[in-house]
Each structure stands twice: as C-alpha cells, then as structure tokens.
Ligand binder design. Structure first.
Ligand code: COA
Length: 703
C-alpha cells in the first residue's frame, strides 16, 4: 500500500500506492496503513524528516467514495475519523518536518493530508487538481479541512473555499496559498527532501505561541460581522436543502474558537452526521457514480468498434446549429455548416465565432486557438459538401415537411455507414425516420441551449434505430466532452416531457389563484434556478402554446388537456403578452427582455387570476412542483421511455437543473419514501386532478 524508503540523509519518503485501485483513496484499511507508516517514521531516530508522496499519477483522490453508500453506524464511523485527526496532529507536532510532494490530484482528504504537513510543494502538472470538493458530494471537508483552512487563509477566504468546493489548477492553488511552492515534476522529490533537511524545527502556525487566525478570530469585530452574513448567504444559496452548508459554517464557527484539537473533534462529529445523511447518499450515488458511468458510456451497445467523427455535417445554421458546430470544431472535428443560402450559413459561422471572441477578450482562449477552431467550420449551401461525413445533425425548423426535405437531400450524399441525426426537441423520432431511406441509421441527438454551456445530450432511439447508430452517437457525445443519456422515443422524449410538467404546474397554480410570488419562490426553494413562470417567459408562451396545439392535433381525443392550456391561449391570443423577447409575459421585462434584473411580476396578474382565499403554504407548493415531475418520470419509466433510474436522475440534474440534493427526479421518490410519495401524490390527485395519480408499483419503478 505504501512504498516507504529512507535515504542516506535520514529523510523518509512515504509514497501512497494503493493496490488494485485506479487512484489513491482513503478508507479504514488505507488509513490504518498510513497511520502505521507515520508512527514508524516518527519513532525511528534515524529519520530526520518525512516526505508524503505518491507512486501513482495522482497524489491522493480523497476519501474512498465507494464507502459513502454503505450504511454505517456512528460507532463504526467516529473512531475512524478521530484516528485520522490523531495521525494529522502527530505529523504536525512530532518535532520532525513533514513535507507534501504533490505530483497530481490532491483532493478532499488527499489535500487535507497535505495540510497536516508543514510545507506543500506541487509539481507543475497541468492535469492536477487541488482542493476540497466535498460540498459537491453533500459532505464537509472532515479530514481537518474546516479547521486548518480558516486558520491558514483567514475566516472569510477559508469559508469561501470550503463552501464553493472548487478544484483548482496548480497555478491557482499556488496563487491562493494552498501550496507553498511549484517545481518541475522531475525536481519534486529532491526539492521536498531538501526542504525537510533545511527546516528541522518546522511547526504549524496554529501550534506557535500567540497564534491568531489571519484577519481576525471568530470573536473579533470582523468575525462577528462575517458569520451572520455568511449564514444568510449560505441560506440564500441552499434554501436549507443542503445540510453540509450549515454543517461547514458550524464547524468553522464552533471549532475555530477553540484549540485545534477540540476543533477537529467538533468537525468529526459533524462529518459522521453528514456521511449518514440521505442527501449525501443521493448526491454521491448520482453526482459521482452515475455521472461517471454515463460519461464513460456504460450503456454503449457491445461489440461495435469505437467511432471517430472526423467530418460532421450540420444542417441549419441557427443558434443550435452554430453551437453544435462550435463545440464539435473545438474538439477537432471538421464541420460543414449548411443553410439555405451562403449568407445564412456565413451568419451561422459568425454566430459561432461571437462567444469565442468574448473568451479571447477575457484571456480564456488564445487568438490562434480560436482561428484554428473557426477554420474547421466550413459554411455552405451545397449538399455535395456533406460527402464524407460520418455524422450529419439537422437543426432546422421544427417542421416535419422541412425536416423530411433535408433528410432526403442529405442522405443522398452519405456513405453507407454514416448516421443521420435530428436535433428536434418536440417531434417523435420514429415519425421523422419514416422519411429516411435508412431508418436504422436515423437517430435523435437532442442538445440543450446554449449548446456551449449545457452538459447533457439526450440521445433518442427511434423504433427502427440500430445499435451501431446508438454507439456512434454516444461516441460523438463523449468526444465533445458532454454527458449522454439514451432514451426511447416518445412525445417530448424524456427531458422536455418531464420538465414541461414543472412549468405547467406553476401556470396551473396561477390559474387557481395562488399568489404568483409564492409560486416563483416555491420553485426556487425547491432548488430550481428559475421559477416556473419565469421559465415560460424565457422560452416564450407562444412556443408553449404551439407545442400544446401540436400535441392536441396529433393525439386527437386522447389529448388529456391541462389547466395551463387556457392560460397560454389567453396570454398569447388575447393579452398579447408572449414572453420575455416581447418585453411582456407573466413578467414585465422593462428593457425589452435583456434586463433580467429589472423584471417584475406583471401587476395585473391578480386581475386575471383573483387571489384564492386559501393559499397553500410554501412547503406544499414546493412539494407539488417536485412531485409532478417525479410522477411524470415514473410514467416515462413505466412506458420504457427512460430505461433506468440512473438515466432519469442524471438527465434531470444535467438537463434541466433538477436539484442535486434530491439525487435526481426518480431518486426523489426514494428519498421521500415510495409509500409516502404514493400517498402524497394520491392526495394531490384528489385536489388537483389525475395528472398527479402515480402509476402502479411506484417502488419498483423508482428502484
Ligand atoms: N473514491 C473512490 N473512487 C474514486 C475516487 C474516490 N475518491 N476518485 C476517483 N475514483 C475512481 C473513479 O470512480 C474511477 O473509477 P473507474 O475507473 O472504476 O470508473 C477512477 O477512480 C478514475 O476516476 P475518473 O474520474 O474516471 O478519472 P479522472 O482522471 O477523470 O478524474 C479525479 C480523477 C480524482 C479528479 C476524479 O475522479 C474525482 O474528482 N474524484 C473525486 C474526488 C473527490 O471528490 N474527493 C473527495 C472525496 S470526499
């Protein structure tokens, strides 16, 4: 587990090298091993100083996250954490210098191990990330991070680091003072040993007499100003949905007023509670394991060689087409960007260039890099240019006739193995594929807007889509650095169908006379970035109305109708308030839609939807907005539109910002409890209609 050696100068190197694991991780076994190595080095009189290093590419990737899913008791967990505190304090106070030689990733407990050292040297490794990302998993940096970081950086900078959970590059880490020195990789060990030899009396600042936290202690005037503000900001960001936020604030507030030994014990107790918390389990399962699996294409059909997309055709040079061209060219693909005439295609290329120019101005991209990327986008109006494409994605108007025309024209130019994809967000793939001469090679690749920013891509398998097309689409999505889910065909597929229920429910509440501000706040308190009424304004009420009308036309008598339908009709047809672009929808957008900050709910809403005497409390409204989406997701699961809980959870979090604390739209059912969820939905169905009625066997569907 550890490669330990002692050189002629008496410097011991303890190099982490955990067998059978891709990265060095900290669990009960590896921690006990580390404790033994540290104790041996401290006890050995021949050892003058100790370098903590790694024999793998990373330094230490932190706590073994596999263990977070186990159901361990307080009695099993607490001794482990207290043991680590003891090892860390032994390193700090043994009288021998300890140096961290950070060669690669030093994350979570890995970086906290480095914090127990008197000095931290990092190799100049562009891949390495350094930081305390625990909050992203619902836990707190419990290996001493909440105690050592504020004592090192000061309370304000420390809290910021603990609460934002960022992973920093080596250069950033050096700038922030997280590492003391950066050296070329080949010099790392030598330099670390030298430092140990030169600093035999090293101590930690907090063990020196008269130590004060830089910038002021907790009880200083500054500290007293900081905590109420930090509490309020934490609350504003988390609405109490993320218990780790409060736990971190408490650890720093309580622990940093006392000696570090007491502070570490305070931290360990909070950590035990966080690790056992259902929110942590949900966040770890979906946010770490399922997302990693999705990125690694765990569901890719087997036995099909990996595809490399060298040439990509994009039909339609609008916002979506330009975005697709930009991200694909950015990953080295030659893109043919086609539109009805050359001018429109050129305009599409200019659209792709605009955000890049901004990045260059901000210094986040080099001029040469931008030029090379744009060189790979060839605007054209000639289908002949598509020849040689491995994949063609159409992003033309949501109109079946236009899509049929471009499908035929493009397919005539494609080789036998090439795949044709539609980026439709509303039209079922199986229907579109009817116009294709090769339906097995016809697939849906649904991007989200803005393409450059949104991490998810929804791949839709039509009734006739073959495995080879699915594999190629997955390989493409991976190549552009996004996360895919694969779903089966259906109206609105998975993501648009489920997200629509959030929006529609908000509008239904408005119609019932629920106070508009309550609706919007309930959405935010539930954890969505934007309230449901604002979402409709942003995407346009006209679009919502058009989609509902299309569904009604397609489904005929089977169309169930929704209370929100009349509201869309009223706002678009009668009130002429079609949404943000027009400057008016459910909100007034004073600066023609651009000034989001100056918007306000339209004061006349109350005249059209008189306030009901009986207002729901905000918790009831929050639950309603979450449950309606989970019920729809359960139906998607029952209809096999989505084929696993993992896809539903990952798709909901990355696709439309379903809140992370839930673990995703199906995990939310489990977190509520399947029986409880069913009862609550039945009660909602009695009050608001059958759209809340859960399908049979909720527990099995959500499992
Ligand atoms: N515990 C358990 N397994 C871990 C792990 C951890 N802390 N960190 C990484 N792994 C595993 C991954 O699951 C993956 O396993 P697989 O190969 O079986 O799929 C493997 O190590 C490699 O990780 P991967 O994410 O594919 O490699 P990468 O080079 O893209 O990223 C890291 C490496 C370390 C940056 C990334 O894995 C990461 O961020 N890990 C979590 C770090 C963290 O949050 N630590 C604090 C824990 S409280």
């Amino acid at each position: 587990m550890f490669d330990t050696s002692i050189d002629a100068d008496g410097i011991a190197v303890i190099a982490w090298n955990i067998p059978d694991r891709p990265v060095n991780v900290m669990n009960e076994t590896t921690m006990a091993g580390f404790r033994d190595e540290v104790e041996k080095a401290i006890a050995d009189d021949a050892v003058k100083g100790v370098v903590i290093a790694s024999a793998k590419e990373d330094f230490i990737a932190g706590a073994d996250i596999d263990g977070f899913l186990e159901d361990l008791s307080v009695e099993a967990l607490l001794p482990q954490f207290l043991m680590f505190d003891k090892v860390g304090r032994a390193m700090e106070t043994s009288g021998k210098p300890f140096v961290a030689a950070i060669n690669g990733h030093a994350l979570g407990g890995g970086y906290e191990t480095a914090l127990c050292c008197h000095y931290r040297i990092a190799a100049d490794n562009p891949k390495a990330r350094i930081g305390l990302p625990e909050i992203g998993l619902g836990v707190l940096p419990g290996g001493g991070g909440t105690q050592r970081i504020p004592r090192m950086l000061g309370l304000q900078a420390g809290l910021q680091m603990l609460l934002d959970g960022r992973k920093h590059t080596v250069a950033q880490a050096a700038k922030m003072g997280l590492v003391d020195e950066v050296v070329p990789p080949e010099d790392l060990l030598g330099r670390a040993k030298r430092w140990a030899l030169d600093n035999p009396d090293a101590t930690q600042p907090w063990d020196r007499k008269g130590f004060r936290i830089p910038g002021g202690d907790v009880q200083s005037a500054k500290g007293m100003q900081l905590f109420p503000a930090a509490n309020a900001m934490g609350r504003e960001r988390s609405y109490g949905n993320y218990p780790a936020v409060q736990a971190i604030l408490s650890c720093v507030y309580e622990g940093c007023q006392r000696h570090i030994d007491v502070g570490l014990r305070v931290e360990s107790k909070y950590l035990v509670n966080m690790i056992r918390h259902p929110v942590t389990k949900a966040m770890v399962r979906t946010g770490f394991f399922e997302m990693t699996k999705a990125r690694k294409l765990k569901g890719r059909p087997e036995g099909i060689p990996k595809a490399k997309i060298g040439r990509l055709g994009i039909l339609g040079a609008g916002m979506m087409g330009a975005g697709i061209a930009s991200v694909s060219a950015g990953r080295g693909m030659d893109c043919v960007l086609m539109d009805v005439d050359r001018e429109a295609a050129e305009a599409g290329k200019a659209r792709a260039a605009a955000p890049l120019e901004k990045r260059v101005k901000q210094g986040r991209m080099g001029e040469a890099q931008m030029a090379a990327l744009l060189d790979r986008i060839a605007p054209t109006d000639d289908y002949a240019e598509l020849e040689g494409s491995d994949l063609v994605i159409e992003a033309v108007f949501e109109d079946r006739a236009i899509k049929a025309e471009v499908t035929k024209a493009a397919e005539a130019r494609l080789g036998p193995d090439a795949v044709f994809a539609s980026n439709t967000s509303t039209l079922p793939i199986t229907g579109l594929a009817e116009t294709s001469a090769r339906p097995a090679q016809f697939i849906g690749i649904h991007f989200f807007s803005p393409v450059e920013k949104m991490p998810l891509v929804e791949i839709i398998r039509g009734a006739e889509t073959g495995d080879a097309a699915v594999a190629l689409a997955l390989d493409y999505v991976q190549a552009i650095g996004k996360t895919p889910i694969v779903v089966n065909d259906g109206r609105g597929f998975f993501t648009s169908r489920v997200f629509a229920t959030y929006v529609m429910e908000g509008v239904a509440m408005l119609k019932e006379g629920v106070a508009p501000a309550l609706i919007e706040n309930a959405g935010k308190i539930a954890g969505f970035p934007v309230g449901p009424l604002e979402v409709v304004d942003n995407t346009s009420l006209g679009l919502s109305l058009a989609i509902r009308r299309q569904w009604k036309k397609d489904l005929g008598d089977a169309y169930a109708g929704h209370p929100a339908d009349d509201v869309f009709e009223l706002f678009v047809e009668t009130l002429d308030r079609p949404g943000r672009k027009a400057g008016k929808g459910f909100y007034d957008w004073p600066e023609g839609g651009s000034g989001g900050k100056t918007k306000r709910l339209w004061p006349e809403l109350g005249r059209h939807f008189p306030r009901a005497a009986d207002q729901p409390d905000v918790e009831e409204a929050r639950r309603r907005l979450l449950h309606i989406q989970s019920v729809e997701a359960l139906r998607c699961r029952a209809e096999n539109v989505v084929t696993s809980r993992a896809d539903a959870d990952v798709g909901s979090i990355l696709g439309w910002g379903f809140p992370m604390y839930t673990g995703g739209v199906l995990s939310w059912v489990g977190q509520t409890g399947a029986a409880e969820f069913t009862d609550q939905c039945n009660a909602l169905a009695d009050r608001h209609g059958p759209r809340f009625a859960p399908p049979d066997d909720v527990a099995a569907l959500a499992a």
